[in-house]
Structure formats: structure tokens, C-alpha cells
Design a protein around this ligand. Structure first.
Ligand SMILES: *Cc1c(COP(=O)(O)O)cnc(C)c1O
Length: 218
């Protein structure tokens, strides 16, 4: 079933890329594996997936020891990060997508080289996490003082709506902000709205349900 789902997601990504005149290799597929056991990550790896995204530091801490042999896997943290878990997160993950304060950046900077993205909050209806667009310039400057952090881009999650067209203005806004601040990566788009995200410039789509089905209830 994962194999068929992956095939369908690949087709959707390819079609959306073609539709917007983009190359498939400009877009990375991140498999969102929160709440699924390590065995599911292994199965996805065996099917060729290499980038995985998790939401909870503690949950991933339990799984990652079973996955140490997946030499080419890269793990992204896409859930909100509390600064008291920053050190652990920097140990476990290759990419942290949810920086929204300078304090968090500082705590992440002392462990190992990390790729990072800033999480942006574009409207009051979004989750309370994320940096305000007005604070980006200051945050970017702060991150640049930490030589271990490589700032790759911006990430956002629009308010939930089953209609992908409702997400599109958020994606377009994130893209304009990235252009303004000369950042390359745009992490946006989930199972239901990946086409709109790709059309608006996503370089990473974060896909859970469309690959793995509904998440097990914890
Ligand atoms: C869970 C989650 C996803 C994946 O959502 P699906 O709708 O299952 O594809 C993407 N991004 C974030 C931040 C998430 O928490």
C-alpha cells in the first residue's frame, strides 16, 4: 500500500511541477512519520525515500536508535520546539524547520552543524508558533552569527482547510518573504494542498497521510 501511495504522490508532484513549469528535482518530498513506528520509516527507506519529518523530539528519540543503519536518511524536525528540548533536538535531527526565536537558535547552535528554517506565522488563525514576518530580518541576523547554523529558508503551515485554494495565499506570501530575504527553501504543502504549494514555489513538501494513511491514535 505504501508503494502505491508513494507512486500516486510522485505523480501528483510531477504533474504540479510540470503544470507550473518547474523541474521535479527542485522539489523534495519529506515523508512525515509522526506517530508511526520506526518500522514504517524503514519500509519507506527501502522504497527509496530519504528525507523524513517528525514533530516530537521525545517520540523521535525513542525511534531513532532503531534507524541508525539507514545511512542516507535525513531527519527534519517540523513540530514546535521548546528551548529546553533544543539541545536534544540538535543531537537527533539533521534539519530543524521550526526556529522562531533567537534564543532557540542559540540553544541549537552549540551541538553540531545544522540546516535550519524559520517557521513563519502569517495570520492569527495559524497555530501560535512561528515568527511574525516583521521579526524575520532580526532573526536572520541573529542566526547568521552562529557559524554552526546554515539558514536554508522558511516554513509555514496555513490554518487547516480542506480547500487547497485557501492555503494558496499563505504559500504565495511565504514565497515573497523568502525572496525579500534572499532565502532559497520554502517548506510548505501537505497531503491535501501540495499542488498549490508547488505552484507557489515550494521546494519541500511535507507529506504524511497521503503516503501512510491516517495516523494511529496515540
Ligand atoms: C503532520 C504534519 C504534516 C503532514 O500532514 P498530512 O496532512 O498528514 O500530510 C505536515 N506538516 C506539519 C507541520 C505537520 O505537523
Amino acid at each position: 500500500m505504501l508503494k502505491e501511495n508513494l507512486h500516486r504522490v510522485e505523480e501528483r508532484i510531477e504533474r504540479a511541477a510540470a503544470h507550473s513549469g518547474r523541474r521535479r528535482d527542485e522539489i523534495r518530498l519529506l515523508a512525515v512519520t509522526k506517530k508511526f513506528p520506526a518500522a514504517v520509516i524503514r519500509e519507506a527507506y527501502q522504497l527509496g525515500l530519504r528525507e523524513f519529518a517528525e514533530n516530537y523530539v521525545q517520540e523521535f528519540e525513542g525511534k531513532h536508535t532503531e534507524l541508525l543503519d539507514l545511512a542516507e536518511a535525513r531527519f527534519h524536525l517540523i513540530g514546535h520546539l521548546q528551548s529546553n528540548k533544543a539541545r536534544k533536538a540538535a543531537e537527533l535531527f539533521d534539519v530543524v524547520q521550526t526556529i522562531d526565536t533567537a534564543k532557540l537558535a542559540e540553544r541549537l547552535s552549540v551541538v553540531k552543524p545544522l540546516d535550519v528554517l524559520l517557521e513563519v506565522r502569517l495570520s492569527p488563525e495559524q497555530t501560535k508558533e512561528g515568527a511574525a514576518p516583521e521579526s524575520l530580518a532580526g532573526l536572520i541576523e541573529a542566526i547568521e552569527t552562529f557559524s554552526s547554523l546554515r539558514l536554508c529558508g522558511l516554513m509555514t503551515m496555513p490554518p487547516w482547510s480542506s480547500n487547497p485554494e485557501e492555503s494558496r495565499p499563505y504559500f504565495a506570501r511565504l514565497r515573497r518573504l523568502a525572496e525579500e530575504h534572499r532565502l532559497k527553501d520554502l517548506s510548505m504543502g501537505m497531503s491535501h494542498d501540495l499542488e498549490a504549494a508547488i505552484e507557489e514555489g515550494a521546494t519541500m513538501v511535507r507529506i504524511g497521510t497521503a503516503l501512510f494513511g491516517p495516523r494511529p491514535k496515540a
